[in-house]
Design a protein around this ligand. Structure first.
Ligand code: FCB
Length: 472
């Protein structure tokens, strides 16, 4: 029987003060796990640009942004121009001192129509990137899908079509064959619950449709695609280490009347993917909704052995009931006494601590935190420096909370900051900055922020103390 444990009250995540009291003393005195991986993450559409260059086909995010559905009518056409500046970006990653870099491959760059004839120029771009990383001593962590579905496949139904699982398996085959000699860390999907909820449930991300039926179909087809891709990569790259990347955050009721909404939101947000993928069943609250899409044998196809759980975490979510919303629930206000980032995301490191313990106990897989970061509106000061003290404070508190969770038994093996660069932040466009490196978009000049130096120092000090003793 699967336990539904993602819904908590503010009171229960308030183990907080206990964590905070112990943290400083503890972290100074104790060790990080040996071989802990420090990294940094990005994704293809958010940084690459060059959307119509060298044979790349359009993705659903090109279509969505061309329709003016992103803030300021921003598009990914240029983004951080990483397609041309990847060598400079690899040098920055090397300077940061991380051991690993998580990026995603743009499906429409490799297969402009989503399937059929591969695009050699697109394949060659990731050859160059991977080779540059390896040369710099950085391990490439390759994510197959970070939301940029080829538009040609969306035209055939996209994730609403059951055949999407075999389209994805064919794409994974191409990737594994081409890069499997050099890449050993593969993730299938990034945050499947976020892109299905926003793209097919709420309707405010690409492809921008909404309703419970579409959401259910999309969830199930993405789960099938995950299982199919795990099998393909495992067969083609026998020494691969394979996982999937899930957002996981407490979903709390905005008011005492929103308990029901919070439970349902939490089931979609946290468990709709990892439960079937790792435990072989949909969470109890979603069983009825998912039942129409499940064919015999599907859950066994979805639940394939994987090696790790990629966890993305930023802040708790507050849910409220809304009978007019497509799914009957929506985002509610966070308690007024919680501090938040400039983009309004609550800051609550104790919730992160609790989630790490919860995910470790629920899924019994090593955890890699593959996204955690701070969204702001950074700008250079008079001297041209970007002194992002609030980001440093956030990262410090979250890494301390993680360290405490490890001490209490959470099996966390690595931590990656989101993100290397300021970039295209989906519906918010370029107005929101998450980077350790500031990007001046008109000139594409990169300027490491104070947080870049702080993170580099943290990694250096952890690694310097061979026994992995460090003060953060
Ligand atoms: C996550 C996404 C990532 C980025 C961060 C801020 O949900 O995976 O691409 O947008 O949020």
């Amino acid at each position: 029987m699967i336990k539904e444990s993602n819904v908590k009250t503010s009171k229960s995540i308030g183990v907080a003060s206990r964590v905070r009291r112990g943290a400083d003393r503890f972290v100074k005195a104790s060790a990080w796990p040996r071989d802990f991986v420090w990294g940094v993450s990005t994704s293809s559409f958010q940084i690459e640009g060059a959307t119509s260059e060298d044979g790349r086909g359009p993705s659903i995010w090109d279509t969505f942004s061309a329709a003016g559905r992103v803030a300021n009518r921003d598009t990914g056409d240029v983004a951080c121009d990483h397609y041309h500046r990847y060598a400079e970006d690899v040098a920055l990653i090397q300077r940061l001192g991380v051991q690993a870099y998580r990026f995603s491959v743009a499906w429409p760059r490799l297969l402009p129509k989503g399937r059929g004839c591969p695009n050699e120029a697109g394949l060659a771009f990731y050859d160059r990137l991977i080779d540059a990383l390896l040369e710099a001593g950085i391990e490439p962590w390759l994510c197959l899908y970070h939301w940029d579905l080829p538009q040609a496949l969306d035209d055939l139904g996209g994730w609403l079509a059951r055949e999407a699982a075999s389209w994805f398996a064919d794409y994974a085959t191409l990737v594994a064959r081409r890069y499997g000699d050099r890449v050993k860390r593969f993730a299938t999907f990034n945050e499947p619950s976020v892109f299905t909820l926003f793209g097919y449930g709420f309707g405010d991300s690409a492809p921008g449709v909404s309703g419970p039926v579409m959401l259910g179909r999309a969830i199930h087809n993405v789960n099938l695609a995950h299982g199919a891709a795990v099998d393909v990569v495992r067969a083609l790259v026998p020494d691969a280490s394979i996982g999937a990347i899930h957002n996981y955050q407490p979903c709390l009721p905005a008011t005492p009347n929103d308990m029901e909404a919070a439970e349902l939101f939490g089931a979609y947000w946290n468990n709709a993917f990892p439960d079937p993928e790792c435990l072989g069943a949909y969470p109890p609250r979603l069983v009825a909704a998912m039942e129409p899409y499940i064919h015999e044998g599907d859950l066994a196809r979805i639940c394939r052995p994987i090696d790790w759980f990629g966890l993305n975490h930023y802040s708790p979510i507050y849910a409220k009931a809304d009978p007019n919303a497509p799914l009957g629930f929506t985002f509610g206000p966070a308690p007024a006494d919680l501090s938040h980032t400039p983009i309004g995301w609550p800051i609550h490191p104790e919730a992160f601590h609790d989630n790490l313990l919860e995910v470790s106990a629920r899924y019994h897989l090593p955890i890699y935190v593959l996204e955690n970061g701070f969204g702001g509106n950074d700008a250079p000061d008079a001297a041209g420096d970007i002194v992002d003290t609030a980001r440093i404070t956030y990262l410090k508190a979250y890494t301390q909370a993680m360290h405490q969770a490890i001490a209490e038994g959470a099996d966390v093996r690595g931590y990656f900051v989101w993100s290397l660069l300021d970039n295209f932040e989906w519906g918010s466009g370029y107005g929101v900055r998450f980077g350790l490196v500031y990007v001046d978009y008109p000139t594409q000049k990169r300027v490491p922020k104070a947080s870049f130096l702080w993170y580099a120092d943290l990694i250096k000090s952890v690694r310097r103390q061979g026994s992995q003793r460090a003060t953060i």
